[in-house]
Design a protein around this ligand. Sequence first.
Ligand code: SF4
Ligand code: SF4
Length: 355
Amino acid sequence: METGTKKPYQVISRKAFLDLMGRLMKEKRVMGPRGRPDQPGFHYFDWVDDPEALTMDYTTTTLPPKKAFFPPTETLLTFTLGNPPKVSESWLEDPFVLVGVHPCDLSAIEALDRAYAYPPPDRRWQHNRKRATIIGVDCLPDSYCFCESLGISQARRPCDLFLTPIRRGYFVEIYSPSGEQMLNQGECSEAGPRDFRDVLDWHQKKRGRFTTRLDANADELANILEMGDFSEIWEDIASRCYSCGSCNTTCPACFCFNMEDDFDWTLNSGVRRRTWDSCQLVDFAIVAGEHNFRGERRDRVRHRWHRKFLYLYRKFGRSYCTGCGRCSRACTADINIADETNRIISAFRKGTGNA
Ligand code: SF4
Ligand code: SF4
């Protein structure tokens, strides 16, 4: 932990935390979790200008907080054709705070940091990441969460401050000088033995709440997917899947996008946008000549599992699933990624999934 003068473990009361948020909201924009007034129990990340609107004890959000850096639709530039053409790039410059990020979503941001640093680096992701200070907060799992199986339930990188709920408010871990600078604007005190005991109790409570687990760790899973032939399972999942793409578009660790040029009616000028894309959509892998590398649904299903747990694991040394459970919650066909992954593991161990 890189910190300056403050001890790295502090405690801030809930009221002092809200006061701190209020102060920060006067200086810069703040994005955080809030409840949906139209759908009680559902939460989403949004720009918030009232600290009371923040819901720090939510279970999950429909869309992940990666949208702060990589929005679902983003205008990259405007252009006017001509000789020479005029191009004006569109960049947001204002610094902001992203607050209330759970360990699984912190880990997903770290996964995207790796993927978007891979040459050629994604300048836009990196630019937007540099604009943000991140405050993480710990959570309790529901029946869809399985981050613990992937070793992510205690993830902290790349946050600047991390909060764990305790009796005195929040136990605060400081991870960067900008996190410390931010905390200096609030009233906090050094953590004592009782606060440390509270944190250990919280972690124990969290561990005890997981009801969904993978039957293999990330390394074993990559080997299983590499060695096995799970054609029957892919066919079976494909027979239920609608190819709607909701699993990818709710995923915090998916990073594929589409580019489109949208001309105005003069056909002389327009905007270039990028939008989230999904490898489960039928036209995702279409190339010139209408050739489609994954026109069959079972091939797209197989690709999804290989991408999450094998290809990117080999390439970046980590799973590109964080166990957040969003895809399973969102799937209208009730395809549950943890259940299907355990089926794959079980088939392999029984020898029915061996190539
Ligand atoms: S959300 Fe479910 S139905 Fe839709 S593409 Fe994903 S697995 Fe298939
Ligand atoms: S694949 Fe599903 S469970 Fe895994 S990170 Fe993406 S949305 Fe979450």
